[in-house]
Design a protein around this ligand. Sequence first.
Ligand SMILES: [Zn+2]
Length: 142
Amino acid sequence: MIRYSLICERDHEFDGWFSSSEGYEAQAAAGEVACPQCGSTRVSKALMAPNVAKGVVKRSSGTTANEMAERMSMMMLALRKHVEENCDYVGDAFAEEARRIHYGETEHRDIYGEATLDEARELIEEGVTVAPLPIRPTRQVN
Ligand SMILES: [Zn+2]
């Protein structure tokens, strides 16, 4: 048996049970499916958008919000590891150091460190490539 939510030409919604989708089609075509409120046989299947959508999202993605958050933090950790292994930590001297590299006053290398929003804005205005890191560095400079 299969249950359909049906709707008649006057927008009356009702449920109907059928042996199969073909069974529904055959009965509807023969005028055997009538609206219980007005008796109209001009009925069609109602779209159950919210229910359908929920079912689809759950089944097709297979990913919960928690899993997504976990994956995100894994990516953050990988990014931090990459930065820490490949870039020099310059701490608060970031803006100064980035500028020196930009103007060729010191050897070119990738650095990371801390900068204030104002410092970052000034660097960008000077054409220095900077990117915000969505993480806090763990390594400390003493
Ligand atoms: Zn009706």
